[in-house]
Design a protein around this ligand. Sequence first.
Ligand SMILES: [Zn+2]
Length: 257
Amino acid sequence: MRTDRHDAHRRWAASALAALSIAAVACAPRQERTPAAASEVPTSGWIDATATLDPATTPVYEGDAPMKFDFLKDMRKGDGLTLSVLSLGAHSGTHVDAPMHFVSGGASVDRVPLEPLIGPARVIDIADGVQAIDAAELERHEWRGAPRVLFRTRSSLRGWMASPTFHRDFAYIAPDAAQLLADAGVQLVGIDYISAEQFGAPEPRAHRILLGKGIPIVEGLALADVRAGEYDLIVLPIKVGGHEGAPARAVVRRRAP
Ligand SMILES: [Zn+2]
């Protein structure tokens, strides 16, 4: 027990130090945050990889339901309380696609097991010029052995998950890459724009391949501040009973090398 307490204290001291270092970096003038300094940022902290849901800044997929948030009561306007109503598509912002989205009889989002949604994940950088993440592109990266794969694409480089303009030319997972990922036993696939499928694709083949194997897809991740590498991932969709997808909170934490 003594050793346990000692270890616990050491861990606490380490995390307190890490928090202090983060505070120090956060307080440093912006121009001093060079890439070299950034690499010294302690790796213990969780990073929010969730796009903020806000009709002013969240892109909505072409043809999808508009996002509408209203205050029914508002203390800033003299009401006794603040109370709001949210109206939005199930695939708004950072969200999880459940098998039911494209697989008949597939699990709804409330029945997606927790295991794929929590655990180690690899963030892979896809160059700005690449729109199709096909098998050839995938094989240019070290993805094998990763239990979960998150693609950081032109969307993060261009700030698209924080812009209300919908872009059709987002980077997407091509069916042959989806097949490789599914065959390799990857448990979860994520991408940083609101769909993983090519805009205008005649068939949602990448979705069908992944969801057909019960692999949840996270779309709309906010990865602008997340560099390529190994992370712990937690992505938990709102537990909406019997529906095919739901907004989620996604956080990542750099794994120690
Ligand atoms: Zn979706």
